[in-house]
Design a protein around this ligand. Structure first.
Ligand code: SF4
Ligand code: SF4
Length: 73
């Protein structure tokens, strides 16, 4: 089983059935990129994008986003 550790939380990949995805509301401010513990957010074409296979569903990107663009996919 694959595991990730975020702070004192252990997250098991099999327990997760969603990743976050950034919608078209993104204004490319970049605030979320440095918050991601998986470094799976990068600047895309016109908006930032999340590498879904690496996302551990922590919600940190949504917490810092000024326009609530990261949503559970
Ligand atoms: S939910 Fe967490 S792991 Fe997934 S992209 Fe956002 S900050 Fe990164
Ligand atoms: S914090 Fe929100 S608006 Fe800024 S780059 Fe990330 S998703 Fe886009």
């Amino acid at each position: 089983m694959m595991e990730w550790y975020i702070g004192n939380q252990t997250i098991f990949k099999e327990d997760m059935n969603m990743a976050y995805a950034i919608n078209d509301d993104c204004v490319s401010c970049g605030a979320c990129e440095s918050e991601c513990p998986q470094s799976c957010i990068s600047q895309g074409d016109g908006k930032y994008v999340i590498e879904a296979s690496s996302c551990v569903d922590c919600g940190s990107c949504a917490d810092v986003c000024p326009v609530s663009a990261p949503q559970k996919a």
